[in-house]
Design a protein around this ligand. Structure first.
Ligand code: HEM
Length: 152
């Protein structure tokens, strides 16, 4: 194993500071986007922080989303009833890819793995969003981890 893959994606990204900047830059663009802004009608600043906390855990940083914010089940439930279209998912990916290019270290493999996570995760969000608010999702299992080789 190379030295590099012994580092978590979280550390390679630059930890919470970079994830907060990523989330902030992304939502600034989302709220100016005619296709996505209406989906985020109930947006608040805490959303930016919660997304950064989720991403920290996904990329093997501190597990605070599980410990403090309801974990995987709660993340999935946040998307119930949103009826996200494929067009909206694609726009979300475009804006997030631009935010990754602006905020993450200039490391091609790191950026590629992070964008691959978002591609995977947005498909799950879109699928869950087709279910009505209050839908019983069962026990989805622990928060996933995404590393140098993708889903762990
Ligand atoms: C990997 C992909 C995604 C991640 C990691 C993610 C993450 C999150 C998190 C952590 C929350 C809870 C925020 C909170 O507690 O305040 C949330 C809520 C939400 N997400 Fe996502 N999301 C993803 C994909 C999407 C997509 C594709 C859309 C729509 C195009 C979307 C729309 C929303 C909306 C509307 C909420 C509720 C916002 C509110 O608090 O009013 N998400 N998401």
């Amino acid at each position: 194993m190379s030295e590099r893959t012994e580092t978590t994606l979280y550390d390679a990204i630059g930890g919470m500071d970079t994830l907060r900047r990523l989330s902030d830059t992304f939502y600034e663009a989302v709220l100016e986007d005619a296709l996505l802004a209406p989906v985020f009608a109930n947006f608040s600043r805490t959303h930016i922080e919660h997304v950064a906390v989720w991403l920290a855990e996904i990329f093997s940083g501190p597990a605070r989303f599980t410990e403090e914010l309801g974990g995987h089940q709660s993340l999935l439930r946040s998307h119930l009833g949103l009826a996200i279209t494929e067009e909206q998912r694609t726009r979300w990916m475009e804006l997030m890819t631009a935010a990754v290019e602006k905020e993450l270290p200039d490391d091609e493999l790191l950026r590629r793995r992070v964008v691959e996570y978002f591609d995977w995760g947005t498909k799950i969000a879109r699928n869950v969003s087709a279910e009505p608010v209050g839908q019983d999702l069962g026990e989805p299992g622990p928060t996933p981890r995404w590393g140098w080789n993708g889903l762990q």
